[in-house]
Design a protein around this ligand. Sequence first.
Ligand code: MGD
Ligand code: MGD
Ligand code: SF4
Length: 752
Amino acid sequence: MSLTRRDFIKYSAVMAAFALLDPARATAAPDQGPQTWVKGVCRYCGTGCGVMVGVRDGKVVMVKGDPNNHNKGLLCLKGALLPAVVNAPDRLTRPLVRKNGQLTPVTWDEALTLTAARFKDVLEKHGPKAVAYYGSGQALTEESYLANKIFKAGLRSNNVDGNPRLCMASAVGGYTTTFGKDEPMGCYEDMDAATCFFVIGSNTSECHPVLFRRLAARKQADPNVKVIVVDPRLTNTARIADLHLPIIPGTDLALMNAMAHVIISEEMDDPRFHGKYAVFRQMVDGKPEERSFDDYRAFVAQYPPEKAAEITGVPAASIVAAAKLFASSSATMSLWCMGLNQRIQGVWANNLVHNLHLLTGKICKPGSTSFSLTGQPNACGGVRDTGSLAHLLPGGRVIANKAHRNEMEKIWGIPQDSIAPEPGLFTTAMFGALGDSVKAMLVLCTNPAQSLPNVRKYAANLRKDTKFLAVIEAFGDAETLKYADVVFPAAFWCERDGVYGCGERRYALIEKAVDPPGEARPSVDILVDLALRLGVDPKLVPFKNASDVWDEWREVSSHSAYNFKGMTRERLRKTSGLLWPCPTEDHPGTKIRYARGEDPNIPADHPDKFVFYGNPNGKAIMWLRPHKPAAEPPDAAYPFVLTTGRVIDQWHTGTMTGKVPEIHKAFPAAFVEVNQEDAKRLGIANGDTVRLETRRGSVDLPARVGEICRPGLVFTPFYDAKKLVNELTVDAIDDISKQPEFKICAAKVAKV
Ligand code: MGD
Ligand code: MGD
Ligand code: SF4
């Protein structure tokens, strides 16, 4: 769809608040408009908006919201402007092989034969631990399931990881350590019943704009609805808050323990709930030890509001107010994202959000839920559910558990004990070993050369000639292509059919609308072709298309609590998606997990109303987790905290949104936000070029001076390939989730 400049300016004005495009606005001249509409899901964020793709003469000409999906026809600009991305002139159309330093067009046969030969050579000489797959929460479910199976069952390598390690790994760790199973228990509909929103470490208005609209609409409709936002920046999200807590980055654990302390002291907890449905635990010398509620009460009492105020920079009165709002509402919904996950205490921070819900009994009821917002469109469905991370197996199983491995071996029809017993390498370990113990890597639908933390360190390995790198990619300007030995051109988004699973456990089908350009092929075909050439048993990859892979994955899921066997392709085609568990073809899907009468995994005659069946005793675990400082706090030499993240219209490394003219005009290049007091002290005016420097490197950026960042904090987005901001960030990781601390490192700022 092409927007006129006037339209764009109009939408930009709206964008400041909601950035939404109503389907009624999606119009075109009759001779340019779509001849057919095909149903799908937006290519970008984990909100998973349903779209209708307008096609004319074999080309995508317009995208509008699907009125029957949860987004009720609304889209943000990114989604609406997808046609410019599909039709971008730099789409890859032929396989490329590096010859004399240049990526050179070749035939599919040459590219696949070379890749298979190099992988086989590495496997023969160095064994399965020397090969690796690095995937993406933006790949289709079928692609992730298939790649995971090829590597773990076919090649016997657990070196399968992906960008969700940079993104959702701490949420996975939080859900599994508390509830024994990953994924939220609630759904987006909870937003319509919540009377208090606890938004912590999420800039929902820019990163999940359609969900933010739903939240804002809820607040507008009912003046009693309260919104608490915990964010060191005064984001557009924070601007609608009744209570904004501009926290010192990295101190949320002190804040949430203090809130728990206030709730208990004020007798606002729900002993009937936590007494029956939770147990208490603490790690001591690396081992979990049982604790009582009294131990927990004594533990959180170490965080009285006054002390927490010193640690967090949030006034004690605001901490008390937040605790009371949370506990006194009729239904509280927490929403969080990278402000909690991308931290060395990411899993612990997730545990503490769950604690607040378990403590107050505000969980597994309409509007009361502990809801981690998912970043990518298919991090949940594609990577988390299929177990496509180095320590996981499909359906919530883990590599380290022999019974889980044996179950998957049986399901996949491979000999018992043939899946390697040790977890593979997680992202930073995998790229750290590249060119050394890892010698051949396949990358699919992600751009690590721009998105890894401390990226200069890993780029040195990407450059090594002791490594072989094959990349399946759709666009010619991805930074990672600079290091690739082979590039396979991929069909993009609605150029092939497949399933995306968004942040609310909703699986929805993207139907094929147009053919891919040139010789580009669906990644499922590329993976099957490559697997057969690698000598993987053909019985493991008997797939002619994505639909075959989906049918196998449905069957596999039926052996787990994730069961969605009832979601046939046909059913997905007719609906706008379904929420798992959905065990049979007449099951409507599940809005609330762990609640009797809602979750099909709980027998109707079970004596308990709630069963956290991921844990053997059916109870959730409330962890005693202390506050600890960030990996690299500010100091005299580097007195600022640098935090990195996103802006509303640009997506990640900019290979897609960067080529939409309207978006490029709005966000042409990276910048650094500086607080006005700091700027005054340093003599920096709006628009001045400043040098942002950390212990790992420096980047010159225009300053945006204002009130968004709290004093002592600077923020920069990472979408601009010309300014590799990730050369500055630390690669310190959370012990449990192995997720890097993108959100905090020490920096200095000076006018150039
Ligand atoms: P971020 O900008 O990474 O976005 O979505 P968000 O996590 O909402 O960071 C969120 C907020 O965390 C920032 O406002 C930052 O100030 C705050 N923060 C930083 N440190 C702390 C802290 O210590 N405590 C607290 N409480 N807050 C802190 C990310 C999500 O967005 C993801 S993961 C993906 S993959 C998608 N990417 C994406 C995109 O690239 N562009 C757009 N427009 N939308 C996107 N949606 C998804
Ligand atoms: P994307 O730009 O989404 O970023 O980091 P990446 O995944 O590296 O990369 C997707 C790639 O896939 C692009 O090169 C795109 O051109 C290509 N592509 C698009 N569609 C297709 C397709 O259909 N098939 C194939 N084969 N390729 C396709 C994201 C990562 O960044 C994430 S998820 C997070 S949460 C981290 N956040 C973060 C942060 O907050 N701060 C900083 N500084 N760095 C971060 N890095 C992480
Ligand atoms: Fe796409 Fe997310 Fe925008 Fe919805 S909110 S249109 S899923 S980018």
